[in-house]
Design a protein around this ligand. Structure first.
Ligand code: SAH
Ligand code: SF4
Ligand code: F3S
Length: 448
């Protein structure tokens, strides 16, 4: 007989959701659960959901359908659903998935242990998708497992921007920043678990501090974290172009631990679309910020998000997105077909774009991006890069894998002894998703 109950968590969506799942795991471990990689043998299954696009929701329905069979075979199995889709749909999820035991939201993760106990005791369905002024689970320290050297740290919750296409403000609530000392304390604890890189999380990290009213802002926070012993690299996602200040741009040049990469979603190159999206910047503003970033830090790698087929997007509007891509030559990008989200402003826009047009535009964006990514990677051939080794390579146990400061994956021959080390690697071959190189001895000063 097994002594400990086993949990299995299936996560959909962004890094914020991945980190929420890590915090759920921490809560479950404290309750005496242990994890299993096999959902068929789990006593508890949690599905952490995403509702950013319709496709994300379909994936969730499909997995919930699969778990109906598991529940029939083992009625003692407990199934809970959390995350953004659970937040938005609440009790309605029971109609589509009557085999669920409980539903919790993005602000009620801390109630997970209590809800599980109540389901075990009373065997009745539970829902708690209340919003709270602050998310109680936000500061749960969840050191990465398996000796990982990189860890997520949430610096703020929610979003106040209400981009007209986006569901996030409705499912994550209002923006609220954590205090600098809380964040720094958490990072100091993480360093004692061997963490050397932090990835700061927020829907709009550049507006960090706005709700604190004590003078705190994102550049100040970066400065504090830059001073934490044991931390070697700082990354953050996501930056909103409208809030990208000169102070933050300067951080890339002067703070040695801030890595030379920014994810700066542009969404569209057309001012008409940007206005309808409620993004509050123009293509010209965006290009101006890119220029300043490159002036301050010539090595900086810039990635973006692009939406094609937003309601009313003409061929001319779409061409402006292509023009902007040609001007910026992003190192990488995520591109999406617009998906109508219930409750958002854009749900009311009637000039929708046919699926075939969206598909065609998406292909054009992706093809162009592939070219720029390959060219960007190729330009690194022969250069020596500073790599933080993250683990053994998935493809070959004779290789290790890590990232450049500009966020490119590099594989090279090496053993487990290198994991967690910062090393210098000469790039020999370049591909679309990764680079390949060899270890060199030489050290350098890597600042911009
Ligand atoms: N907070 C981040 C991103 C959040 S969602 C930001 O402001 O940039 C990640 C990306 O999903 C967005 O940048 C956008 O490109 C895409 N996205 C969001 N809602 C979408 C929708 N309804 N349809 C298609 N793509 C969407
Ligand atoms: Fe969504 Fe806009 Fe907020 Fe990003 S900034 S989460 S796209 S509303
Ligand atoms: Fe992330 Fe999806 Fe929610 S992108 S914030 S998990 S809607």
């Amino acid at each position: 007989m097994r002594s400990k109950k086993q949990y299995y968590i299936r996560t959909f969506g962004c890094q914020m959701n991945v980190h929420d799942s890590e915090q759920m795991e921490e809560l479950l471990r404290n309750e005496g659960f242990c994890s299993t990689g096999d959902d068929k043998s789990a006593d508890l299954i949690i599905v952490n959901t995403c509702s950013i696009r319709e496709k994300a929701e379909q994936k969730v329905y499909s997995i919930l359908g699969r778990y109906r069979g598991l529940k029939q075979a083992r009625p003692d199995l407990i199934i809970g659903v959390g995350g953004c889709m659970a937040q938005q749909q609440g009790t309605d999820l029971f109609a589509r998935a009557p085999h669920l035991d409980f539903i919790f939201g993005t602000h009620t993760i801390h109630r997970l242990p209590e809800m599980i106990k109540e389901v075990e005791r009373n065997r009745r369905r539970l829902v708690d998708t209340c919003f709270h002024d602050s998310v109680q689970s936000i500061g749960i320290v969840a050191p990465p497992r398996g000796g990982s050297v990189s860890s997520f740290v949430t610096i703020m919750q929610g979003c106040n921007n209400f981009c007209s296409f986006c569901v996030v403000p409705y499912v994550r609530g209002r923006e609220e920043s954590r205090e600098i000392y809380d964040i720094v304390n958490e990072i100091e604890v993480l360093t004692r678990h061997g963490v050397k890189e932090v990835i700061l999380l927020g829907q709009n990290v550049n507006s960090y501090g706005n709700t604190l009213n004590n003078g705190a802002n994102f550049p100040l926070l970066l400065k504090e974290i830059n001073g934490v012993d044991g931390i070697e690299r700082i990354r953050f996602i996501t930056s909103h172009p409208k809030d990208l200040s000169d102070g933050l741009i300067e951080c890339f040049a002067v703070l040695d631990k801030v890595c030379e990469h920014i994810h700066l979603p542009v969404q569209s190159g057309s001012d008409t679309m940007l206005r309808r999206m409620n993004r509050r910047y123009t293509a010209g503003d965006y290009l101006g910020k890119v220029e300043k970033l490159r002036e301050a830090c010539p090595r900086i790698s810039i990635s973006t998000d692009i939406i094609v087929g937003f309601p009313g997007e003409s061929e001319e509007d779409f061409q402006k997105t292509i023009d902007l891509m040609e001007k910026v030559r992003f190192d990488s990008s995520f591109s999406f077909k617009y998906s109508v989200r219930p409750g958002t402003m854009a749900e009311r826009y009637e000039d929708r774009i046919p699926e075939s047009v969206k598909q065609d535009r998406l292909m054009k964006v992706q093809k162009l991006q592939e070219r720029y990514t390959l060219e960007g990677n190729e330009s690194l051939k022969g250069s020596v890069e500073d790599i933080l080794v993250e683990g053994l390579s998935k493809n070959s146990s004779a290789d290790v894998t890590g990232r450049t400061r500009t966020n490119r994956i590099v594989n090279f021959p090496g053993g487990t002894g290198l994991i967690g080390e910062r090393v210098y690697v000469r790039i020999q071959n370049t591909y679309i998703h990764s680079l390949r190189g060899e270890l060199v001895e030489k050290e350098r000063n890597w600042q911009c």
